[in-house]
Design a binder for this molecule. Sequence first.
Ligand SMILES: C[S@@+](CC[C@H](N)C(=O)[O-])C[C@H]1O[C@@H](n2cnc3c(N)ncnc32)[C@H](O)[C@@H]1O
Length: 295
Amino acid sequence: MAYSHKPVMLREVLEFLNPLAGQKFIDCTLGGAGYTLALADRVGERGKVVAIDLDSLALSNAAEEIKNRKLKNIILIQDNFKNLETIIGANFPAEERFDGLVLDLGLSSAQLDDENRGFSFKGDRPLDMAFGPANGRSTADIVNYYPLLELTRIFREYGEERRAYQIAKAIVAGRRIKKFKTTAELIALIESAAASHNRSRIHPATRVFQALRMETNEELPALSEVLPAAARILKTGGRLVVVSFHSGEDRIVKRYLKDTPGWKILTKRPIIPTEDETRENPRARSAKLRAAIKI
Ligand SMILES: C[S@@+](CC[C@H](N)C(=O)[O-])C[C@H]1O[C@@H](n2cnc3c(N)ncnc32)[C@H](O)[C@@H]1O
């Protein structure tokens, strides 16, 4: 399958990271390799880019691209970025420090379009929203076994879904009759549970799907873990850039940078994509970029 993903705010990301020849960077979210390839180009043969992703599809696509371009300055690693220090410790000497690190959170367009996974509510797909290899509990487990109040909490906190409790209650009633296996089964239930209230322009399953994805991949805890690890791995003067798509993610980054000594914040307010970019790439519209320098 061809891997498609348009990098979001690439120009701004590069401006804040300011990569120079010979420097070393970490791209914690390889995806379609948009940032990784641009960084590799800027740091040149003497520099290095470590690119991490959980998704084998992202890694095989990047490996192909690297081979075609005959690049020797990119190291690809399949892992969770929350293990950043272990990953770097296993691949570099203990004293190694980096010039910059970037995170571009959430999922890629290629993952959304992947028919073998259940990120999209188009079509009928397995109830599996994991970014990578199974981490012990699948999306189907969450839907079929989480207690009512736990489901309500994730729909509310991660999905900002106003009808969190009603939808969770309908799921619990539905799964007593038959466990959910596919996205279409879940969507049909959400559509009927939400039908009388749905005045929004977005699909009634959008927020629930976002919440299930974030819970499946433990996305907010992973972000909270990687930020202090990034601080330890960057050089003094090293740069951190985070692009997020969810208010909960942006809040974690904002609070972390504000509350942790040792950072000079470069973005008083988050940077958002230009109108031209959102017109060309509507998926960029909710992006927020924050950047800081380690001092
Ligand atoms: C929005 S895409 C990145 C796109 C990339 N910047 C580009 O230019 O193509 C996010 C990627 O991060 C990966 N990802 C999300 N959470 C992760 C985690 N905790 N550890 C490793 N990879 C993760 C996803 O699998 C996805 O491929």
